[in-house]
Design a protein around this ligand. Structure first.
Ligand code: A3P
Length: 340
């Protein structure tokens, strides 16, 4: 498959919109070609990269994860939204962004240019951090799908980084993931059909058997991601947010997120964030594609149904539902529970 003009243009704009923000004494034009080619290559013709026995999701880079672990220096006040795929990562990142910058017309516009490629710690080549570290943003908001063992959590917490772990009921997550993978366009689709099968039953089996590369070890699945982060549940620098809680009581949970990230938010501020981050508003903005980052979110169909709670009931068989219940019994002695 050749890369469509639309895709190349969107990715090029995504990269340049951000590097342009750093213009001034230092320009990063030298990195732009590398970044664009890397983005095309790893998104359209990805491989499965491995580090510490974990197999990365296609397009996510082991060497970049390793660079973050060992060499990169996050800053006090940065936020990392850690999550498993399709559990509300974009939503929570946007909530934090609105909390940080809703009263600053310039920053709210400029920070929206940070799309998934810059935001996820483990995407792109490490040179993107030269750009990220030069941006005129007081606080940055990153995402990651890595399990806690791959993040060097101690370094981040010691630096004063705030980590939010967002989780969602695994049945809706799995349906969301299935549909997301249907919309992914890989350069060699036949290579990926075995790993991410096109039919629901096969996809379910591959996923629950831990055969898919999702940042975990062979044989592991979403429950192991939660267990990995749960080791940090009592850490003051880590805040757990349940997707369904956010959906049911956005005011309450966004206020708690504001406290956690040290933002003083009035009742009106929180209400504005609730409105600005509603599924409808976020989807509309992605559809309009005002920034290339938003156009990229549209291409990746990040905003699908808006997290209907219980949508899985139209997809799962009884046996599949019971299988997931059984797998998640691993969490029975934890404070994690799900709303189905
Ligand atoms: P569905 O596919 O069930 O609709 P992630 O950002 O981790 O990839 O998660 C994507 C899921 O979060 C999708 O779920 C998407 O629709 C949902 N989502 C994105 N923005 C949302 C919002 N503002 N409110 C509720 N759900 C949202």
């Amino acid at each position: 498959m050749s890369v469509s003009d639309e895709l190349r243009e969107t990715y090029t704009n995504m990269i340049t919109e951000v590097s342009d923000l750093t213009k001034g004494p230092e320009s990063f034009e030298k990195h732009v070609t590398e970044l664009v080619e890397n983005l095309i290559e790893t998104e359209v013709h990805p491989g499965i990269e491995e580090w510490k026995d974990r197999r990365f999701f296609p397009g996510f880079r082991a060497k970049t994860a390793e660079f973050c672990y060992n060499d990169w220096h996050p800053r006090k006040g940065d936020v990392v939204v850690a999550s498993f795929l399709k559990t509300g990562t974009h939503w929570v990142r946007e909530i934090v962004r609105q909390l940080f910058y809703q009263h600053d017309a310039t920053l709210i516009k400029e920070t929206k240019k940070i799309g998934f490629f810059y935001a996820y710690l483990e995407t792109g080549p490490p040179c993107k951090y030269e750009i990220m570290d030069s941006l005129p943003f007081p606080r940055r908001i990153f995402g990651t799908h890595m399990p806690a063992e791959l993040l060097n959590v101690k370094k981040y917490i010691e630096k004063g980084v705030k980590i939010i772990y967002v989780y969602r009921n695994p049945k809706d997550q799995l349906v969301s993931f299935y549909h997301f993978m249907r919309s992914m366009q890989f350069g060699e689709p036949e290579k990926w059909e075995k790993v991410f099968p096109a039919t629901w039953n096969e996809f379910f089996d591959a996923c629950t058997a831990g055969e898919q590369p999702v940042g975990l070890k062979q044989g592991e699945s979403y429950v192991d991601h939660i267990m990995s982060w749960y080791k940090h549940y009592d850490n003051d620098g880590v805040h757990f947010v349940k997707y369904e809680d956010l959906k049911k009581d956005p005011h309450g949970h966004i206020s708690r997120i504001a406290d956690f990230v040290d933002v003083t938010a009035s009742k009106d501020d929180v209400t504005a964030v609730v409105t600005n981050t509603s599924f409808k508003n976020m989807k509309e903005k992605a559809e309009k594609g005002e920034t290339a980052a938003q156009a990229g979110e549209k291409l990746l169909t990040i905003f699908r149904k808006g997290g209907q709670i219980g949508g899985w009931k139209n997809q799962f068989t009884v046996a599949q539902s019971e299988k997931v219940d059984k797998m998640f019994e691993k969490l029975k002695d934890t404070k994690i529970s799900f709303d189905y």
